[in-house]
Ligand binder design. Sequence first.
Ligand SMILES: O=C(O)C[C@H](O)C(=O)O
Ligand code: SF4
Length: 510
Amino acid sequence: MEKLQESMYKLIVETSTNLPKDVRRVIQRAKEKESAGTRSAMALHTITNNIKMADDNISPICQDTGMPTFKIKTPVGVNQLVIKEAIYAAIEQATKDGKLRPNSVDSLFGNNSGNNLGAGTPVVKFEQWEKDYIDARLILKGGGCENKNIQYSLPCELEGLGKAGRDLDGIRKCLMHAVYQAQGQGCSAGVIGVGIGGDRTSGYELAKEQLFRSLDDENQIPELRQLEEYVMENANKLGIGTMGFGGETTLLGCKIGVYNRLPASFYVSVAYNCWAYRRLGVTISPETGEIAQWLYQEGDDTLQPAAAEAAADVQEQREIVLQAPITEEQIRELRVGDVVTLNGMMYTGRDAIHKHLTDNDCPVDLNGQVIYHCGPVVMKDSEGKYHIKASGPTTSIREEPYQGDIMKKFGIRAVIGKGGMGEKTLAALQEHGGVYLNAIGGAAQYYAECIKEVVGVDFLEFGIPEAMWHLRIDGFKAVVTMDSHGNSLHADVDKTSLERLAQFKEPVFK
Ligand SMILES: O=C(O)C[C@H](O)C(=O)O
Ligand code: SF4
């Protein structure tokens, strides 16, 4: 199997950079449903461009290349240890080449292994089968959507929906709730993989297994097919839309599997995957290790970039150009819905930085500056200069305990992220004169192109994603979704989607 490592490398690179055709088709359908001029239409346009850019640059679609999870089926007699070694070597190489972000962090001490190898990383699962070839599949599911997974234990009481019992209708309610609770934070529109039954562990495994199904397939169990169709139709009536901006498409796919359960337990486990639904597969010759066939790539790539339509999209919104340092007066001018184009400098800061800045000083003067919730993919060239390879926003809500205090302490005027923030931050924006800007989650190539130079870096000891990168930017666009006047698009969408969720309270499956 001398070609095996090369084949695994190709699988990793393709999965990270080339969105499967079945996913492209559902994104195109979502675009067709969205009315021109809406924020969701604009976001979908950016997503489309980003997908094309990732193809052209052979660079990660999203900077969070997730937990690499391999599912391998081997003929009897194939040495699985050899396959594991080839995967580890390929992972290390792909990380070095900037196709994967170093994502394996020591949970106790916080250090990043730097090569995506470590305890429990990557996940590799083997199964034997009777066929005479190897089937290797990979999913790169990022941390933001992973945080939106949810497991229900029936019977239970659900916000907006009331009691969910141990039957098909109870499961229906869980699935509607699972989509609602994700809001835009897992980079909607998403795909849900659902596991009914099992125990807590096998239920989640089954849910994730569903994410390896093709979006075009049909469930073989009539009751589950009906449930999948119901959820697809009705979850899209919740109005959460792309990135939680409000809109017609909230869910791109729903795939449900079932296991037997223990008499005392009834779990419904939901694995939420963002639109950047990166999973591919190959068949491999057990003699040479060469790829024989790519999976999930049949059919047409219907995804259409639409330049003219994009120009029309932004016409209805105010467009404001800003450059840091930004004054309080400039911030107070901004309203929810405005599109802001930023030029000049911005600084990345996410979990480790926010925690650190709470109790410590900052090495740079952040007065009037812009903080970007982002953990980029970064490469160092032979002269020691850093280059940003992928740099979309991370989920901002994780910084909710710190954000307001840090803005006030350092005089920060704007925070860019995705998925919105909560009441504490909203109050701080109002009091201090700050703004929250929502960038398009997963659009890592699109934003990397706006970054013209890495001017410096601090806290590299926190690892590449967690360091504070000093970036010179040009034409970085984001939408005001929380302003300094107490308005939050996220709070509004949450409220209306909860009201809509309550419309699905009555039993459907008797
Ligand atoms: O870690 C990241 O870069 C982003 C993460 O996947 C998120 O969705 O918040
Ligand atoms: S940033 Fe968004 S698109 Fe990227 S992995 Fe996280 S949830 Fe997915």
